[in-house]
Design a protein around this ligand. Structure first.
Ligand SMILES: Cc1cc2nc3c(=O)[nH]c(=O)nc-3n(C[C@H](O)[C@H](O)[C@H](O)COP(=O)(O)OP(=O)(O)OC[C@H]3O[C@@H](n4cnc5c(N)ncnc54)[C@H](O)[C@@H]3O)c2cc1C
Length: 506
């Protein structure tokens, strides 16, 4: 058994830590922040509780497996609840549709009714195609370390699989093959943003994301999705993992191309048999690994060449309904208000690198009484896609946030949501804030964007080319978002323990 050091107590670091400790390793986590969980937090401001990172929990099987295999089942430590509807989509022409959680036929019927039968049929056919894509890609691209392109070509059914996966096509284009309805296209386009990408350049394979959401459900964790961080931290501690908070790591110590430990920012040296980086891989390759280490050069160059994912501009709003005389507008748990011009939104984020003038707005209004302390109040997490903080070549988020927040509030009012009248509390979180609190470069939410068929190969490998150095988390394979981050932890643990990829997955 080995002594293992993990840099970062995000969901990836904690998930790997718990699994490794359970399999007998001695694990220490060094975390620069005063808290665990990284981007996954439930925060309280006054009477209002907010999920300031993930507010949607999908593919719970990943964490069910983790909790089961490391001790008590997830049901003993967290209360999961499906949200219904899974999403309420509102369109600029005034139409809206509720997707029924875990029920594709009912969702198609709801689409029929709101947008017409052709749209409902198209969604059904899109989900059928997505299911085939998921079956083809889950073992090769998600639940195992990435294969080489050469080995892919040798696979049985390669030509058939290629036809279904359509790597030459974008997410936008594959959806256009099934429907020209602008509402359906907008719904599909939005799934590109789950990996921080532009649907016109994201690979068709991202169609698997709505399939996963439809088939395995959209879930909430009572008390906030950030409770996952608390439960994982407790699981790690109960298994003997030592977590050092306020302990930033400065360097990974490498001797003869082998990782042998870390040096903390306070200068202390900690030796280890293996090191796992949960901090963003670009940050690690640029700042923590000596550029003279030969085996690091190719990965560093690869990460430099990859385009970074989009960031988010966040408003945390505490609303007091006693301030209005009419009933508060009816909201679902997850609400989307689409822009009238999605192309302009993605152009502004990725090409012009400016805040979006007329953005698509996501509002999470938790259907969870435990997330406010006063009756007749609501805590809203409002997320707007935004360019990353890049003062040299793009947008500088150190200024203008107040003005942009007012612009968004006006838009919410114009949608009839009566925000100004009810506003009791507002806190703004810019991409710069996320960069400062979690080390995400420029506040990119998902590491590298998924632009182009080869983007799947652009993320950091879980087993790095430097012996005994591994990468876990959203910047590493297979990507960002809680389910993939949990899978990346399994892949790293499999690589360290010599177990087979996917062996422990249900
Ligand atoms: C606004 C927002 C909304 C999101 N919505 C969703 C959603 O609805 N559903 C979903 O599934 N996902 C969502 N995500 C994505 C999800 O939160 C992330 O993919 C996931 O939490 C990333 O976990 P991680 O372990 O990769 O890294 P992180 O959470 O980034 O953790 C990395 C950790 O490393 C630490 N660290 C960095 N540098 C050092 C250093 N030098 N020394 C020591 N420690 C260091 C950081 O402090 C941090 O704690 C969202 C994210 C954001 C920001």
């Amino acid at each position: 058994m080995s002594k293992i050091i993990i840099i970062g107590a995000g969901i990836g670091g904690l998930s790997a830590g718990a699994r490794l400790a359970k399999s007998g390793h001695e694990v220490e986590i060094f975390e620069s922040a005063p808290r665990t969980g990284g981007k996954c937090q439930t925060e309280w401001i006054g009477d209002y509780g907010f999920d300031t990172g993930p507010s949607l929990f999908t593919l719970p099987a990943v964490y069910k497996d983790l909790f089961l295999k490391t001790g008590k089942r997830i049901e003993n430590v967290l209360t999961l609840a499906p949200t219904n509807p899974s999403f309420r989509y509102n369109f600029p022409d005034g139409k809206s549709v509720d997707f029924v959680n875990l029920d594709l036929p009912k969702t198609c019927a709801a689409i029929d009714q709101a947008l017409g039968k052709q749209a409902g049929d198209a969604w059904h056919r899109i989900m059928q195609r997505a299911e085939i894509m998921w079956d083809i890609s889950r073992n090769t691209f998600v639940q195992s370390e990435l294969p080489s392109i050469r080995s892919l070509i040798k696979e049985k059914n390669f030509i058939r699989n290629l036809r279904f996966m359509a790597p030459w096509s974008s997410l936008r284009r594959i959806a256009q093959g099934y429907s020209q309805d602008p509402h359906i296209l907008a719904i599909v386009d939005r799934y590109a943003t789950y990996t921080g990408s532009d649907p016109r350049r994201a690979p068709a394979a991202l169609l698997t994301i709505p399939f996963i959401e439809t088939s395995f459900g959209a879930w909430h964790i009572q008390g906030g999705v950030g409770q996952l961080s608390r439960a994982l931290t407790e699981r790690c501690e109960s298994l003997g993992v030592k977590i050092h908070l306020n302990s930033p790591v400065a360097k990974i110590l490498i001797e003869n191309e082998i990782a042998v430990g870390i040096q903390a920012v306070d200068g202390a040296i900690h030796k280890a048999d293996k090191v796992i980086a949960n901090a963003d891989p670009s940050l690690v390759y640029e700042e923590m690994i000596d550029h003279k280490v030969k085996s690091s050069k190719k990965e560093r160059a690869k990460l430099r060449a990859s385009e970074k994912s989009l960031a988010g501009f966040v408003l945390l709003l505490g609303l007091d309904n006693s301030k209005i005389s009419t009933p508060a507008p009816d909201m679902a748990h997850h609400n989307i208000y689409f822009t009238s011009n999605y192309d302009a939104e993605f152009d502004q984020i990725f090409k012009q690198q400016i805040p979006v003038g007329d953005p698509t707005i996501y509002i999470c209004k938790p259907d969870d009484v435990t997330m406010t302390k006063r009756a007749n109040t609501e805590s809203w997490f409002v997320l707007i896609n935004a360019p990353r903080h890049d003062p040299k070549r793009g947008w500088d988020w150190s200024q203008g946030a107040e003005k942009y927040a007012q612009h968004i509030i006006s838009k919410l009012d114009s949608l009839g949501l009566q925000v100004s009248e009810r506003l009791d509390l507002m806190e703004i979180r810019t991409p710069l804030d996320l960069a400062n609190s979690t080390g995400a470069p420029g506040g990119s939410i998902y590491g590298s964007a998924s632009h182009g068929a080869r983007s799947v190969f652009a993320r950091a490998a879980n087993k790095s080319p430097i012996t005994n150095l591994y990468f876990v988390g959203g910047g590493a394979h297979p990507g960002g978002g809680l389910p993939l981050v949990g899978i990346s932890a399994e892949l790293v643990v499999d690589a360290i323990n010599g177990t087979k990829p996917g062996e422990s997955f249900h």
